[in-house]
Write a protein that binds this ligand. Sequence first.
Ligand SMILES: [Zn+2]
Length: 308
Amino acid sequence: MPATNAQTMSSTASDTRDPCVVCGGTDFVRRFPSSPEPIVGEKHDEPYRITHSERQLVGGIERCTDCGMEFLPLSYQPDASYSDAADPYYLEQADERIINSHRLLDLAPSGGRLLEIGCAVGFLLRAARDRGFETVGVEMSEWASGIARDQFDLDVRCGTLEQAALEADSFDVVVLADVIEHLTDPASTVREIRRVLKPGGRLVLLTPDAGSLLAKLLGTRWWGLLDDHYFYFSRSTLRRFLENEGFEVEVLKALGREFPLSHWLFKLTQYSEFAHRLIAGGAEAVGLAERRVSVNLGDMMACVARKN
Ligand SMILES: [Zn+2]
């Protein structure tokens, strides 16, 4: 695309966008100028599922020319249908998700009170409880929060973090795992997290790394670019964002995750249907499909940040 067209788009975008969530900049360019713009509404007739991974929407993603922060502008974001989302397949992943939760919790000191925002059915809260934490969860989905309370006996409140109206300075750890990329206003959520954390308390955060080598190599085909992922942090933009909000970043690293081989192979369908059929068929034939495999592709980043 000629530079003049890109500049036209940039200035049009600047007129209608909120300032950059990281640096306050107001000049943006399309991340993938050759991809068609998303058509809002077209792809949202099916209900949201936590485990969905097939709906990509890359045409509208923009990048701040000052700091490199990438995001899907508000005008492309669908009406939330998550509050009544049910996702039975997610429940089948209990073992792996609890193992992965322990990996994340290994990064922060154990003990005291832990809050998880967007805790789903409470796999991480169960792991935290086993490590000696007193746990509280906040979850938008009535389906998921109901399971957390009824099946796992967890203190999980259905609604937003703000609706939970938690006490100031009352948590040692707040976890935001696979959540910040879905928020429409991450700055206000992080301010509320800071308010409820005790002085010196930790925010433990997990999100796709849009600046990772894999994300760069795969471009529009990277799995992390989804229509309900609004904010695409890199290590540098995440660090700057958290420091602006009064946190000191203590840990920032790629974190591997463990899932059955069939889960990783399913992700391959996004890149090559042929390769997926070939490898998945082979794995099933020799009985490996359900074996758990730990993979670290370097494109999921874990962060521990201390409240200053
Ligand atoms: Zn910026």
